[in-house]
Design a protein around this ligand. Structure first.
Ligand SMILES: Nc1ncnc2c1ncn2[C@@H]1O[C@H](COP(=O)(O)OP(=O)(O)OP(=O)(O)O)[C@@H](O)[C@H]1O
Length: 180
């Protein structure tokens, strides 16, 4: 079942003027009305031809500028993560013009994470007792997995050891660098 949400981010100080504030209004919890700025080509064009200036758009829910990261997560994503933990599949993606707030909504600043870190928190807090302790399974093409033979498991273990050793060297380098 498809849900389409709209998040309206706050105006920045530079953007906020009487004119821009009139461009968007949240009419009901699931409807917004957009008006083209008076000086824009769209507005001038539509006045000339006498067509409707304001347009109404409907969503499953509209989240206004005062909405917190937690509100967004609780209202849009949390139930999907719970479904995934019960074996279901879910997809969530953001769509919008540049500067609309997609990255902010998805990742968020470190101090106030977006839907991705919040989802991972729920997942990692819920898998205790459910994680697979053996290392004989490897993901294959996103939707499948392969069961490794003993030789393949040894090869994977060697690769992992080599990789971690390389990271350790890098860390030593930074510690050395900071120290002097
Ligand atoms: N809900 C919000 N509250 C406060 N600031 C926000 C909010 N949403 C976005 N911003 C700020 O607005 C700016 C643009 O947001 P962001 O980078 O997330 O846009 P974007 O849609 O990912 O843009 P692009 O497509 O260009 O990557 C950033 O400075 C971000 O911190």
């Amino acid at each position: 079942h498809l849900q389409v949400y709209l998040r309206v981010r706050p105006f920045t100080t530079a953007e906020r003027t009487e004119r821009t504030e009139q461009c968007i209004s949240i009419e009901t919890p699931d409807t917004v009305i957009l008006k083209a700025p008076r000086a824009s080509l769209t507005a001038r064009h539509s006045e000339r031809f006498g067509s409707q200036l304001a347009q109404r758009f409907q969503f499953s829910q509209v989240y206004g500028p005062e909405t917190t990261q937690r509100d967004i997560f609780d209202g849009t994503t949390k139930s999907l993560v719970k479904e995934v933990l019960d074996g279901g599949n879910s997809l969530i993606f953001t769509y919008g013009v540049t500067n609309a707030g997609k990255t902010f909504t998805f990742f968020g600043p470190d101090s106030d994470g977006g839907v991705l870190p919040r989802s991972l928190n729920v997942i990692f807090n819920s898998i205790e007792g459910r994680n697979y302790s053996q290392n004989n399974i490897k993901p294959h093409r996103c939707v499948d997995f392969i069961r490794l033979t003993k030789e393949q498991q040894d090869e994977e273990a060697t690769n992992k050891r080599n990789l971690l050793r390389r990271f350790k060297d890098v860390n030593y380098f930074y510690i050395y660098f900071l120290f002097f």
